[in-house]
Design a binder for this molecule. Structure first.
Ligand code: SAM
Ligand code: SF4
Length: 329
């Protein structure tokens, strides 16, 4: 079974944000005081998540990403991941984490067969890490990175590039790929910071990032992209790993987007930039059967915005002010 949207794109990827809570306060994601976390009773339960995945797998979803908030703040998550992994039709499970709580879980990731981990890391300098995340946890993240590599788990570092905050980390991040078989991906900052305030002028675009890197690494070679890749990837000859640039704000990759998003409260999004199409948890708690849930999903997928710009336009006056932690980055 294959699921197609109204633009002929195959949809096979579901990103699930299991919580909106976080132990860090990354400046681009949350204000210092945090966001108004939802009441736990409004979060999807693990049973609900597993029912949704089973249903979606029967329609053609075969790839799952677990994200948040910080997913590992939620108790019992590993057991839930283990059960999702056994659902018929699910081929791969991926995780996005800030890496501060994962140290002891990494052997388990390997046992379960987690396909890849995206580790968010915006600076290799303890002071800058603390300034950006408002927490002093760089050592924990580096420990997780070392263990992920030791356990042979495919690892990507996500670094949000911010003017006057971490430009000096771009080249050291690339040097990490000299001896480590990892990919470092540089992301444009998006307006999902929980406050609605965004300084457009400060944006370091994907072009700025590439120009900056190319000044030093004139011989960086562009790699062939995997289908549905959001990053344009490069390798420096002789380096073990690679680096990529994600135009998350410029949105140059929407044409091949294969993903759906489920927020912690059960809102289904067919685009990162939409306001949410329908709430599947509310339907389930009102007693909807599987056929009714499928119909709602097929209708959402069948009227998907062609790209992030159109999705944003459809929000009309509902301007983006949510945190990435409530959407699932
Ligand atoms: N807490 C986990 C983490 O940080 O990896 C998972 C959730 S976090 C919302 C997922 C990703 O979204 C992170 O890589 C983070 O850097 C990215 N992100 C959050 N807010 C962003 C923003 N305003 N612009 C670009 N990326 C953002
Ligand atoms: Fe937390 Fe991830 Fe948002 Fe940082 S980016 S505040 S780690 S949810």
């Amino acid at each position: 079974m294959m699921l197609y949207d109204n633009h002929g794109r195959i949809i096979n990827y579901l990103r699930i944000a299991v919580t909106d809570r976080c132990n860090l306060r990354c400046q681009y994601c949350m204000p210092e005081e945090g966001i108004d976390y939802v009441n736990r009773s409004h979060l999807l339960t693990y049973e609900e998540i597993e029912r949704i995945v089973t249903l979606f797998a029967s329609l053609g979803i075969n790839k799952i990403r677990i994200t948040g908030g910080e997913p590992f703040l939620r108790k019992g998550l590993m057991e839930c991941i283990d059960r999702i992994n056994q659902i018929e039709g699910i081929d791969s499970i991926h995780i996005t984490t800030n890496g501060t709580l994962t140290k002891d879980l990494i052997p388990r990731f390997e046992e379960i067969g987690i396909k890849s981990v995206n580790l968010s890391l915006d600076s290799l300098d303890a002071e800058r890490f603390k300034m950006i995340t408002r927490r002093d946890d760089l050592d924990k993240v580096m420990e997780s990175l070392t263990l992920l590599v030791e356990h042979d788990i495919k690892t990507k570092i996500n670094m949000v590039v911010m003017n006057q905050k971490n430009i000096e980390d771009i080249l050291p991040m690339i040097e990490l790929t000299k001896y480590l078989p990892i990919s470092v991906r540089f992301l444009e900052e998006m307006p999902f910071n929980g406050s609605g305030i965004h300084d457009q002028m400060a944006l370091w675009s994907h072009k700025d990032i590439l120009d900056f890197i190319k000044k030093k690494h004139t011989g960086a070679l562009q790699l062939e992209s995997e289908p549905n890749s959001t990053s344009v990837n490069y390798k420096i000859p002789g380096y073990d790993g690679s680096f990529g640039i994600i135009a998350s704000y410029s949105r140059s990759f929407c044409g091949t987007c294969n993903r759906l998003r489920l927020t912690p409260t059960g809102l289904m999004k067919t685009c990162l930039y939409d306001a949410g199409i329908f709430n599947i948890k509310d339907m389930m708690r009102a007693g909807a059967n599987d056929d009714e849930l499928k119909t709602a999903l097929l209708s959402a997928v069948g009227s998907r915005a062609k790209d992030g710009r159109e999705a944003e336009q459809r929000r009309a006056d509902d301007l983006i002010s949510e945190s990435m932690a409530t959407i699932g980055g």
